[in-house]
Unconditional design. Structure first.
Length: 556
């Protein structure tokens, strides 16, 4: 039996403090053993495959709207286009994503990662079938209303995937492979986009061969209008319905995945289960000390820490972590960077091989790049690229030099995924404590989707109000300024998830910090010499300028 009072024994443990002082010595010993076992391993194909397959599915379903919208407009709104209908579809899909990210982020911290891992794919599968079978309703119902409802439900499932996949991959990874594992999972996003386009092209070619769309002159000759609509109606349904196939395969493995060891130990206070599940995934470590003591039969230790157990999501614990220790700055940093990035990203929602190349390059260099610094640099580079692209668009629009804009747009795609787009997904999965990691990642991702909604409305407003052919150049310039603001937040409010060290050969190398160290928060980072917030960085800069140099200090 646990020595904790019965009400506390059933509660989750909250923030452990800036030096993990709320963790009893025995639990701290178990956590060190858990980290030892995790860090003996590198890449885990099973964990990556489970997370990546779901992320691929959700990316396919999220971006397939861009593929099928023209087909839907041809069938159901042939006389007045699809501009405002497309706005509604994308708006409610993104709104569903916001709700899914916030809701499942909280639930994953409160109830456990794997208890919910798979439910979001069930939502995606059911909503995919609902979208693919949407048809005209009666009375006050319409095809558009039913279609939007199912896309909203799909958005909830897609949004839930962000915090769950990122955090589960992060917590199951070894310290050294963490960046590579998370970034390779995120690489499924541009691959899913490309797959949606390829499936759409494949279905279109197949329908052309079987039905002869060009011979019927669909959209030009009304003689075969009914046959054309029936054929095109089948195209978008096949494209959407195909998204349920990989989800069915991924969901089988998700229900057999165990909770991450760090969550079981730090939050659920069950180190025995944590160590057991870790060994189920990675196997017993050959170098583990013989006769290592395990927890009691119920998985909980019988020792108490020197201070009261913090209770997850209690007012006291939330105040301690976010306000007293100032970790709301971290959340501001991750949420603001994602918000400003997604505004520009929403405008560039086209498939590009450069996006996949950018993601692949980041995976290769994940452990060689200082993440916070590179996030700031990539924001600045993107801002410059957006300004240049906007100016080029103004200068060469409808001239022989117009293809030059393609080169700059491709560079934007590459830089997005080689830098900020991937890093805004990785960093929230690293810097928050285990008890609030999914919640904070969900809030950060939801801020990003709110940025997408803002961009959606801004672009719609500009395209509706301005008819000038070079208005796209104005949009590039506008979003370039938003990206530049993101650089300020990444520089001022985010900690370093790595540190520079000297190896045995005297070389300066990047060492990855453990999740346990990063989870101790801003106070711990300040103790180690990091400066967080604009105010503190400004004071630090003035202090450095006013302090004498070594040569000045030795002058008589």
């Amino acid at each position: 039996m646990s020595a904790l009072p019965e009400p506390l024994a059933r509660r989750n443990r909250g923030f452990l403090g800036s030096n993990s002082s709320a963790l009893p010595p025995r639990d701290d010993q178990d956590r060190r053993q858990l980290r030892y076992e995790l860090d003996l391993n590198s890449w885990n194909l099973r964990i990556w495959g489970v997370a990546a397959s779901g992320f691929l599915t959700d990316s396919y379903n999220l971006f397939s709207t861009n593929v099928i919208l023209a087909s839907i407009a041809f069938v159901y709104w042939p006389s007045h286009g699809s501009r405002w209908q497309g706005l509604l579809i994308n708006f409610f899909t993104l709104l569903g994503s916001v709700i899914g990210q916030l809701l499942f982020g909280f639930l994953a911290d409160f109830y456990g990662r794997t208890r919910l891992y798979g439910i979001e794919l069930v939502l995606v599968i059911v909503s995919t079938i609902g979208v693919a079978t949407s048809s005209y309703g009666f009375d006050d119902m319409s095809f558009l209303g039913l279609f939007i409802w199912w896309r909203f439900v799909m958005g909830i499932g897609i949004g839930a995937e962000y915090p769950l996949s990122a955090v589960i991959t992060s917590e199951w990874s070894s310290t050294q492979s963490r960046g590579t594992m998370i970034s390779s999972t995120f690489m499924m996003q541009p691959i899913g986009q490309a797959l949606a386009q390829l499936v759409g092209l494949w279905v279109l070619v197949g329908r052309e061969q079987s039905a002869g769309l060009q011979e019927m002159q669909c959209g030009l000759d009304m003689k075969f209008d009914r046959e054309c609509r029936r054929t095109v109606d089948g195209i978008w349904r096949i494209v959407i319905g195909s998204g349920a196939v990989p989800a069915l395969l991924a969901i089988i493995f998700r229900f057999f995945l165990f909770d991450c060891g760090l969550y079981s130990l730090e939050v659920r206070n069950k180190p025995g289960i944590a160590l057991r599940n870790t060994q189920r995934v990675y196997g017993a470590p050959p170098g583990a000390p013989a006769g290592y003591p395990m927890a009691t039969a119920d998985g909980m230790h019988t020792t108490n820490s020197a201070q009261p157990m913090p209770i997850q999501f209690s007012k006291e614990d939330l105040y301690k972590y976010f306000i007293e220790d100032g970790n709301w700055y971290y959340l501001l940093g991750t949420a603001a960077t994602w918000f400003f990035l997604e505004q520009a990203k929403q405008y560039l929602l086209t498939v590009s091989l450069a996006s996949i190349a950018g993601s692949a390059c980041f995976v290769m260099f994940a452990n060689r790049i200082p993440r916070r610094l590179w996030l700031t640099i990539s924001f600045f580079v993107l801002a410059i690229l957006f300004v240049i692209t906007g100016c080029v668009y103004y200068g060469v629009n409808r001239t022989e030099g117009a293809p030059a804009t393609i080169v700059f747009v491709a560079l934007c795609h590459f830089m997005f995924n080689f830098g900020a787009n991937t890093l805004t997904f990785i960093i929230p999965a690293e810097i928050f404590p285990t008890c609030y990691r999914c919640t904070c990642h969900g809030i950060s991702a939801a801020a990003g989707k709110l940025g997408s909604i803002v961009a959606l409305l801004v672009v719609y407003g500009i395209n509706s109000s301005y008819t000038a052919a070079n208005r796209q150049g104005l949009i590039f310039l506008l979003f370039g300024s938003f990206v530049a603001i993101g650089a300020v937040f990444s520089w001022a409010y985010l900690p370093d998830s790595q540190r520079w060290t000297i190896d045995e050969d005297g070389r300066r190398v990047l060492q990855q910090k453990t999740l346990e160290e990063l989870g101790e928060g801003r106070e711990r980072a300040r103790q180690l010499g990091e400066v967080i917030t604009v105010k503190d960085k400004w004071h630090d800069l003035k202090r450095r300028r006013s302090s004498p140099t070594p040569s000045q200090a030795t002058d008589p």
